[in-house]
Design a protein around this ligand. Structure first.
Ligand code: NDP
Length: 318
């Protein structure tokens, strides 16, 4: 029997895994989803009690201090220390409890700032990350280093996945903490809540031209479950949509406008910074394993997320 413990089980990705597993139960697996109410993973003793209680054989480690650009820039030390503590506590406690396999989560935003495109799995440590989020990035990069150490010294299969930007139900919509899609959704929701939108203006920060890859949390959940069940390498694997599915911020804004049925004007505030023009990541490695995996069409995934948000606004993370 596999006992799978999912840390960060109450977050965007954790809740998506929960909903996929509800439809894809296997009798040889039992799944446990935990959030910060169940244990403070920055605390070794609390982490140990969690492992004592559930005695997992497998771990999906999603828990992290996660935030938007502004929060990262002003709290790099907190991002570094909290994530280092959480990752070390989870990996070492798992090792002490003889956990057979761990899948941890890195991110495409931790790659070197100066790089060639598309980015691939071999480039994680090739140069300094973007200065805005060095704390988060170095803490995440150390997971890959630790995975290699647990493999070399103890023959453990502790591996990692590298998702691109994630969106979906249960995201964080708080204005100062949110990523681009939930941030724009929150603003459109506020503009649409009184009904008539014809005279309203939806202002999008930046030129709308930068390109990004976005993965629907439900698709990412299916891929992480596949990694847990089938992927047997310590080397990280990028979990991203295809390069051809890259979207401009303007396309994202227009898709959201359709989904909200917003009838007002969309303007691009070019006085705000655009950030990097693109950060294209290659999913070539994933495609070699799963050439036929179908990603949910972007419009459909956005519509499902918007419908969820409108229905669950009162209990969402606003
Ligand atoms: P969320 O912010 O939605 O969730 C974070 C989770 O971590 C929550 O379940 C939270 O618990 C838990 N957590 C935070 N601090 C602690 C702590 N001290 N002890 C125990 N649990 C804690 O994150 P996502 O679902 O978006 O991210 C999941 C993973 O994916 C992270 O590792 C992130 O770095 C990575 N990632 C995310 C991307 C994105 O675009 N969102 C992109 C690429 C990678 P609670 O809510 O109960 O407090």
């Amino acid at each position: 029997m596999k006992i799978v413990l999912v840390t960060g089980g109450s977050g965007l990705v954790g809740r998506a895994i929960q909903s996929v597993i509800e439809r894809d139960r296997r009798k040889e697996e039992s799944w446990i989803f935990v959030g910060s109410k169940d244990a403070d993973l920055c605390d070794k003793e609390s982490t140990r009690r969690l492992f004592e209680k559930h005695r997992p054989t497998h771990v999906i480690h999603l828990a992290a201090m996660v935030g938007g650009l502004f929060h990262n820039m002003s709290h790099n030390l907190d991002f570094l220390r909290n994530n280092i503590h959480m990752n070390d506590n989870v990996l070492q406690t798992a090792h002490e409890h003889n956990v057979a396999k761990i899948v941890s989560c890195l991110s495409t935003c931790i790659f070197p700032d100066k790089t060639t495109y598309p980015i691939d799995e071999t480039m994680v440590h090739n140069g300094p990350p973007h200065p805005s989020n060095y704390g988060y990035s170095y803490a995440k990069r150390l997971i890959d280093i630790a995975n290699r150490g647990y493999h070399d010294q103890h023959d453990r299969l502790y591996t990692s996945v590298i998702p691109c930007n994630v969106f979906g139900p249960n995201d964080n919509f708080h204005p100062s903490a949110s990523h681009v899609i939930p941030g724009l959704m929150r603003r459109l929701y506020d503009l649409c809540k009184d009904g008539n939108t014809e005279n309203k203006v939806f202002s999008v920060l930046g030129s709308g031209k930068p390109l990004r890859q976005f993965i629907y949390s439900i698709d990412l959940a299916k891929l992480i479950i596949w990694v847990l069940r089938e992927y047997d390498s310590v080397e990280p694997i990028i979990l991203s949509v295809d390069e051809s599915q890259e979207k401009s911020i303007a396309q994202v804004a227009e898709t959201l406008v359709q989904a909200f049925n917003f009838k007002g004007k969309v303007v691009y505030d070019t006085s705000a910074a655009d950030g990097q023009y693109k950060k294209t990541a290659s999913n070539g490695k994933l495609r070699r394993y799963l050439p036929d995996f179908q990603f949910t069409p972007f419009e459909q995934a956005i519509k499902e997320t918007v419908d969820w948000y409108i229905k669950n606004y009162d209990c969402a993370r606003n």
